[in-house]
Design a protein around this ligand. Structure first.
Ligand code: DGP
Length: 115
């Protein structure tokens, strides 16, 4: 946990968010500025700044974020039609919150280009 990280504060319940899932490794909550009908952020409970900061010991945790995304997609009813998982990394990647997260976005056909 860092004192200044908004996602750490959501994980610790110091800042309110619409939490949709939580366990000992990860927390998932609705994005404050949804880009689609379903827009959920899945974050590790421990502070990891970005993909750049990942260590070999985090490999199981990253897999857990993806299986959590798959379960939430099913719960949201978007698994059959599909969805997009995004992890922005660094300034050029469009990252604005420097606590690693997966965006789970769906409920509509994705139209915007990748780049
Ligand atoms: P990124 O640009 O990939 O770092 O995405 C950060 C996302 O986090 C962005 O879509 C907006 C969302 N966000 C930022 N602050 C908050 C917050 O306080 N609460 C919630 N629920 N989402 C937030």
């Amino acid at each position: 946990m860092t004192d200044t990280c908004i996602f750490c504060k959501i994980v610790s319940n110091d800042v309110t968010a619409t939490i949709v899932y939580r366990d000992e490794q990860a927390t998932a909550f609705r994005d404050i500025h949804p880009a689609a009908p379903t827009h959920i952020l899945i974050v590790p409970n421990k502070h990891i700044e970005s993909v750049n900061a990942l260590q070999a010991e985090d490999e199981q945790l990253i897999g857990h974020l993806f299986t959590t995304a798959a379960r939430l997609a099913k719960e949201e009813g978007i698994d059959r039609k599909g969805y997009r998982l995004i992890t922005n990394t660094g300034i050029d990647g469009g990252q604005t919150v420097f606590h690693l997260h997966l965006h789970l976005i769906g409920g509509q056909r994705m139209r915007h280009p990748m780049g």
